[in-house]
Design a protein around this ligand. Sequence first.
Ligand SMILES: Cc1cc2nc3c(=O)[nH]c(=O)nc-3n(C[C@H](O)[C@H](O)[C@H](O)COP(=O)(O)OP(=O)(O)OC[C@H]3O[C@@H](n4cnc5c(N)ncnc54)[C@H](O)[C@@H]3O)c2cc1C
Length: 452
Amino acid sequence: MTAVKPSDDVEFDSEVPLLIIGAGAAGLCAALTASEAGVDPVVIERDAVPSGSTALSAGLIPAAGTRFQREKGIEDSAKLFAEDIARKAHGEADAKLVQAVALNAGPTVEWLAETYAMPFEVITDFNYPGHSAHRMHGLPSRTGAELVDRLRSAAEARDIPILTGRVCETLFADEDGFIEGVGISGGETIGCGALVLACNGYGGNRELVRRHIPEMAGALYFGHPGNQGDAILWGDALGARVASLSGYQGHGSVASPHNILITWAAITEGGFQVNRAGSRFHNEALGYSEAAAQVLRQPGGVAFDIFDARIAGIARQFEDFRNAEKQGALIIAQSLEELAARIGVPADAFKDAANVTLGKPDRFGRLFEKKLEPPFCAIKVTGALFHTQGGLAIDAHARVLRENGRPFENLFAAGGAAVGVSGSRASGYLSGNGLLTATVFGRIAGTSATKL
Ligand SMILES: Cc1cc2nc3c(=O)[nH]c(=O)nc-3n(C[C@H](O)[C@H](O)[C@H](O)COP(=O)(O)OP(=O)(O)OC[C@H]3O[C@@H](n4cnc5c(N)ncnc54)[C@H](O)[C@@H]3O)c2cc1C
């Protein structure tokens, strides 16, 4: 049971300078940074092997001004990046946090590449809605499993203890909100000099999702089930400020019934979505996050991604796409009539939908630049909740803020445990905001926690 209890009279079983709850991207980046600064962190993780939502992701981190971009002649800057984040979040994101992530993302990706030999590359053969430059950086497999495995190996190489199979349940705090230690399932207590909450959001907690994000209450949750909202529950008990709890990252392209993420590259490169009536129903170019609710509103809560063989070739760089193909999710046909028949939608409506106008915005406001060419492809998809974007309010040093706006002395939060930079709506999520805040604020939290 998640709780905050008074620390008076608690005799801790052990004492460590820095405790980190959660061994996803945020927690492991915090641990590596602190260790580099000469402070020995201990990480507590509920799973037997660290994975988190990080392992379920495509592992793509947006960053501006990197050497990977320069090598490919891409012009970008932290200023442009910050503007993109702020615009997508409808101006709702905290400007100081936006500034912090935009400025620090490049150095963070380069730090992972140089210090921990992670072979990042910038993706140039497609772009995500809202990014005005190619700035998504990924590892060879394009999986977050590779990212979290590499982070774990790096932590092991630095002898950072990751106490797995332990759920942190209790925070022990004094009357001023100074965190003295934590209680772990099974009764063990650990005292700490500082605490970083890196235990992600509340996507896995149906009750909290129903309360804060009713439009996703019945949706498939595609993130890590261990993300139960512990950070905001502790925060609530401590008198911390929370923000943007209705914000979330959805995704409108999860293969059904295979439950495998189908990259939005299938759409941005000229693909589109139709419902069971064979009709388009939204402007797919706005983004995949807002597409989740759009798809779920269609008959049966499903849609079809429609694209062509050229686009399938781009999508195949993602292991997930290759797995979906292996499992038979991809339907290929030589003509639109044949594709309509194979996916079971009315041919006339489908051909109408495929007959997009080039060069001027259509009735949904989408501008197409190319038409699809045979062979045509389809994948049946549904919408899903990926992770929550609301969380503990933090400042640019990743310090958790009290209701009055003042920081707690030794409590930090990063990644999905903290508020993101996406504002209060699904449409505010700019692709990559998840790992962006996890890695950058993980690193910042690791630095701040060592300066107490
Ligand atoms: C399918 C999918 C695809 C995505 N693709 C991308 C992408 O390409 N780019 C991007 O930027 N973002 C993406 N995201 C979002 C991204 O995965 C998350 O924003 C990011 O992984 C959050 O990192 P984190 O460290 O905060 O949380 P996590 O990686 O979820 O780690 C939190 C850890 O805390 C542990 N934990 C929780 N509570 C406790 C507790 N009480 N005690 C002990 N341990 C606890 C959990 O077990 C977990 O291991 C995607 C998400 C999904 C679901």
